[in-house]
Design a protein around this ligand. Structure first.
Ligand SMILES: Cc1cc2nc3c(=O)[nH]c(=O)nc-3n(C[C@H](O)[C@H](O)[C@H](O)COP(=O)(O)O)c2cc1C
Length: 358
């Protein structure tokens, strides 16, 4: 029912924002993979709330516990179960919206679909669920790293403030500032904008750019499971995502084929392309160049202002923003985008092992 993702490297997440815990079962992770638990914790810490003044002040330390599937530091080939207990739920903060629909949140659609919902913190529709994805993605990243693949994301836009192209920046600087933009000047402007938006009791959107490097040619299953289609689904499944584009994306529509075509050349016995408007994917299959894509996030729904809405009885009500919320979610979305990319690429890396006879 939409809670599982992937075919060979398959995850199922469970849990709600204000329930006992959230977690993930990973089935299909190959046996013998060395698991570095510190790396899983690092990823969760990059996503967790309360990490800086520009994120929500909910205080979760997001410590995880591996309950199965790992023995003496290595995967055993059995399901890996990983749980994160919820600690700082303040469910009272949500009693004022128990039967009201927050504009542009998931309250109305969950109510219409199921007839019953856990309104506390948005229940299952809360982005708290993405902590489980980040934990699973951290294991997928470790699998990919063994084969020389690395996934890196950063904030490339907040409101109308944009960073330069990824090739013109030093991506090792991403974690040097709280907004996770590797260009220091742009980062400063982004932080000022988020501070202003927070003071205005409002929210603002932005873009996360992601690069998967070292991905070999051959990943992706035409025709319906093209690699970019799988990445698109993964990204569009993240809360508050409104758009996905890879390679030249929508900008490419302004170009001519003569400028857009990626000419081939040979380098050290490997076929390469001079340019990479294809975004590392042609015909739905990776071509060995960097895979890069953009993910657009909306300004999230909860604003600290009064808004008009209706309740479950259809009566007019006022919804007032309360509780602890993110004025701009993109800095915290960076590890989520990386995790979803790692899950897709790990899955297709395993699937591709059976695509031709040796
Ligand atoms: C990291 C992250 C944090 C979020 N925090 C909030 C929040 O504090 N308040 C809010 O209204 N929405 C927040 N959202 C977005 C909601 O989860 C999302 O908008 C909601 O589930 C409705 O889904 P949709 O926007 O995809 O249609 C967050 C999203 C992400 C990725």
């Amino acid at each position: 029912m939409g809670n599982s993702f992937g075919r060979l490297f398959r995850i199922t997440t469970y849990g709600e924002s204000h329930g006992t815990a959230i977690g993930v079962i990973i089935d299909g992770c190959p046996a013998g993979l060395a698991i570095d638990e510190d790396l899983i914790q690092d990823e969760l810490t990059r996503r967790k709330p309360g990490q800086s003044r520009i994120t929500t002040q909910r205080k979760e330390d997001d410590r995880f516990e591996i309950q199965s599937g790992v023995f003496e530091g290595r995967t055993t080939g059995t399901p890996i179960s990983l749980v994160i207990y919820n600690k700082d739920q303040k469910s009272k903060d949500y009693s004022h919206i128990a039967d009201k629909f927050r504009p542009s949140h998931a309250d109305f659609t969950y109510h219409e679909k199921y007839g019953v919902r856990d309104y506390r913190g948005g229940g299952r529709s809360s982005a708290r669920e993405t902590a489980a994805r980040v934990a699973a993605g951290a294991i997928a990243k470790q699998l990919l790293k063994e084969s020389g693949m690395e996934i890196t994301a950063y904030v490339s836009q907040v409101g109308d403030i944009s960073a330069p192209d990824y090739k013109k920046m030093d991506l090792s600087l991403i974690e040097d500032n709280i907004v996770r933009c590797p260009d220091t000047n742009t980062a400063e402007k982004m932080i000022q904008l988020i501070d202003k938006v927070r003071k205005d009791r409002d929210t603002i959107g932005g873009v996360v750019t992601c690069i998967a490097a070292g991905v070999p040619a051959g990943l992706g299953e035409p025709v319906f499971d093209k690699l970019h289609a799988e990445l698109g689904k993964a990204m569009l499944s993240i809360n508050a995502v409104k758009g996905f584009e890879y390679g030249s994306g929508f900008e490419g529509t302004r170009m001519r084929g003569s400028a857009h075509n990626d000419e081939f050349f040979e380098e050290k016995g490997k076929v390469r392309t001079k340019t990479n408007f294809s975004g590392g994917i042609q015909g739905g299959i990776s071509n060995g160049e960097d895979i890069y894509f953009n993910v657009a996030f909306k300004p999230v729904a909860t604003i600290m202002q009064d808004q008009e809405s209706v309740n479950e009885q259809g009566e007019p009500v006022t919804v007032s923003g309360k509780g602890r919320h993110d004025p701009c979610v993109v800095p915290r979305a960076v590890p989520i985008v990386e995790a979803m990319a790692a899950l897709v690429i790990a899955d297709h890396y395993l699937i591709n092992k059976v695509s031709k006879s040796e």
